[in-house]
Design a protein around this ligand. Structure first.
Ligand code: ZN
Length: 113
């Protein structure tokens, strides 16, 4: 499961940060996940519950902030909203789109105590 390795990656980032700030516990892990990142949020939440057990993030809450997909349309010369990486421009139907947002997946913020 792809989300399981993502969760492990997140936990790695969290553990490094917690070590740098020790002693502490991690209260909240805020993730930014783009709509185009192809991440199943429920699966990721579940995977995080599994991998965090016994770690420094054991009591942590996962807070996911979704970033909508956006792209630059070369025909319209403007930024448009898209739901999928292979979607055409919703305005003009062109396929000449450059994805500009929504493919990210990163740890935005950690709340340590
Ligand atoms: Zn367009």
């Amino acid at each position: 499961m792809h989300e399981m390795s993502l969760a492990e990656g997140v936990l790695g980032v969290v553990a490094d940060a917690a070590r740098a700030n020790h002693p502490c516990t991690v209260r909240t892990v805020r993730l930014q996940i783009g709509a185009l990142a192809a991440v199943e949020l429920d699966a990721l939440r579940f995977a995080f519950e599994v991998v965090k057990r016994g770690s420094v993030a054991d009591g942590a809450r996962l807070d996911i902030v979704e970033v909508p997909g956006s792209a630059w349309c070369m025909q319209c010369s403007r930024s448009v909203a898209i739901a999928g990486r292979t979607d055409p421009c919703p305005e003009c139907g062109s396929w000449q789109l450059q994805v500009t947002g929504g493919s990210e997946m990163r740890v935005m913020e950690l709340e340590l105590a």
